[in-house]
Design a protein around this ligand. Sequence first.
Ligand code: THU
Length: 141
Amino acid sequence: MVEYMGMDEEKLTELAKKAREYAYAPYSDFKVGAALLTKDGKVYSGCNVENASYGAANCAERTAFFKAVSEGEKSFAAIAIVGAPSGNETKDTCAPCGICRQVMREFCDGDFKIVLEDGTGGVLSYTLAELLPESFGPENL
Ligand code: THU
């Protein structure tokens, strides 16, 4: 089992599930939670927040990142993500959307870990470099 700062992937996933309880998803009914671990061991949670003007919705992952960055954090180790239709078990993999991957790219190295449920109650762990290869980031400007 992989550990980051005393926080393992399963614990981080449990925190993502707690965050999912606050998902505001009256339009899609698809509820997502995320738990973002800083390199010094703090966890910022996030859920998706939708809007009557659908395009104004914010994903759980970006909610977590924007909360953390707005409180001065810029150094991240891992994020756990859980998502499923409301009322369903959250065992199915909910991979981050492209916009969220790009937001991660702004603040994280290629070895940043993205932890997803695997569909059987376990977790899968990817790196950002795996999920966003040949990416464009701040150092390209
Ligand atoms: N959503 C997330 O919050 N994260 C993901 O990784 C995938 C999609 C949200 C956006 C929208 O509120 C709902 O799930 C359906 O797309």
